[in-house]
Design a protein around this ligand. Structure first.
Ligand SMILES: [Zn+2]
Length: 388
């Protein structure tokens, strides 16, 4: 039995997700680090790309280059993101220290790439707020980041490819606080029932993003029967401002989008709500929702079966089917947080349906992410096709 229901893990995970609510003086961000700010002899660090994040750097007497990252605002989940490019005119081994400022606690294991496509984890050690590692650098720039990079342009390219391959509607749900598009795709059926897929509310949560790509691709590849019956909204990048700026978690409107689904003070959540409201106002029905995220382990945060009377065991039945398909544990953690603006809570209270926060571990094996996400899509399609 690989299907584990683990309610006892909720408290620990919630603590991690919520982080410390201590309010400290807002960090006055350093100016965006230019090469001049981060040049030490031949070694040059840059953050002038989407998801790039350096909030300051300095060199210790022993030569270690300290790369600082600070939260975009506070209070915030203490999950420091960092991403930069580094090069050196003369090849050398450089000692780095990633230093998380304010309430940040070391989270993401460092990874490096020379082409931004292929990444490897860097051997490292961690302190409470710091990550140490050495890296050989030379004239060819290397990317160093907390996770593999996948930015706003990557989403647009991906969605455009799918739109033309499968003849799908490609559109924007609206604009972000900084006027970036909220790219989306719709697979339209003959019917009126909808599956809602959303992602990337939290910019550094790349493993959740990877899972969503695999999930969607599997659905489109193998979903002829499913897609004939169900409409699917695919909105994979709900926080493009945060992605562009390399934010730790928030949108640029100053908050956590995944606490804003009831208040909808942010244009990103408001845009999705308007779309769903319009669907329902025109005779359509929402059936289920999946919201992709990352945390320290793989876990499916569901609504308790008895919280939503409409198809109460939807999530449990789907996850059971998934567990039968993969050689990995499927951990479900049901929980309700009434009044708290989390997507699945909003889907339950506002739309009366079950949905899931699909959490992928930060360091889950990438092949496992793909295998699980593809099986999850298959299982969901089978389950939904068997509905009345
Ligand atoms: Zn998240």
């Amino acid at each position: 039995m690989k299907y584990l229901k683990s309610a006892s893990a909720i408290a620990l995970t919630s603590m991690f997700l919520l982080g410390c609510n201590a309010v400290t003086e807002p960090h006055s961000a350093l100016p965006e680090a230019s090469p001049e700010h981060c040049r030490f002899g031949d070694v040059v660090l840059q953050n002038n790309f989407q998801q790039g994040r350096i909030d300051g750097c300095k060199q210790r007497e022993d030569g270690t280059i300290v790369v600082m990252t600070a939260p975009e605002d506070q209070p915030i989940n203490p999950s420091p993101w960092y991403a930069f490019k580094v090069s050196s005119a003369t090849p050398q081994t450089v000692a780095f220290e990633i230093l998380a400022l304010e309430e940040g606690r070391a989270r993401y294991n460092p990874k490096a790439s020379t082409d931004r496509e292929n990444w490897r984890e860097i051997e490292h050690s961690k302190g409470d707020h710091t990550i140490y590692f050495e890296l050989t650098v030379g004239p060819e720039p290397k990317w160093v980041a907390g996770q593999e990079l996948f930015d706003n342009d990557d989403y647009v390219a991906w969605l455009n490819t799918l739109a033309s391959a499968y003849n799908l509607e490609r559109f924007s749900l609206g604009n972000s606080a900084q006027n970036r598009q909220l790219p989306a795709l719709v697979s339209r059926s003959e019917g009126t029932e909808w599956l809602i897929l959303v992602g990337r509310q939290h910019p550094p949560e790349l493993t959740g993003a990877m899972a969503m790509l695999d999930f969607v691709e599997a659905m489109l590849e193998h979903g002829d029967e499913f897609l004939a019956r169900y409409n699917v909204l695919i909105a994979p990048n709900l926080n493009p401002d945060g992605v562009a700026l390399g934010n730790w978690r928030h949108s640029t409107g100053g908050g956590d989008l995944n606490r804003d689904w009831f208040a909808r003070t942010q244009p990103e959540t408001a845009a999705v709500h308007e779309y769903l409201k319009e669907l329902r106002a025109t005779g359509h029905t929402l059936v289920y929702g999946v919201d992709f995220h990352s945390t320290w382990r793989n876990v499916y945060y569901t609504m308790p079966a008895d919280y939503v009377s409409n198809e109460p065991t939807f999530s449990q039945d789907w996850l059971q089917l998934l567990a039968e398909k993969i050689p990995y544990d499927v951990v479900e953690a049901p929980g309700a947080t009434p009044g708290r603006g989390i997507f699945k809570q909003y889907m339950a209270d506002e739309h009366g349906i079950h949905s899931v926060t699909y959490e992928v571990g930060d360091e889950t094996d990438r092949a496992e992410i793909t295998a699980t996400a593809r099986a999850a899509a298959q299982a969901l399609m089978e389950y939904m096709l068997a509905r009345d």
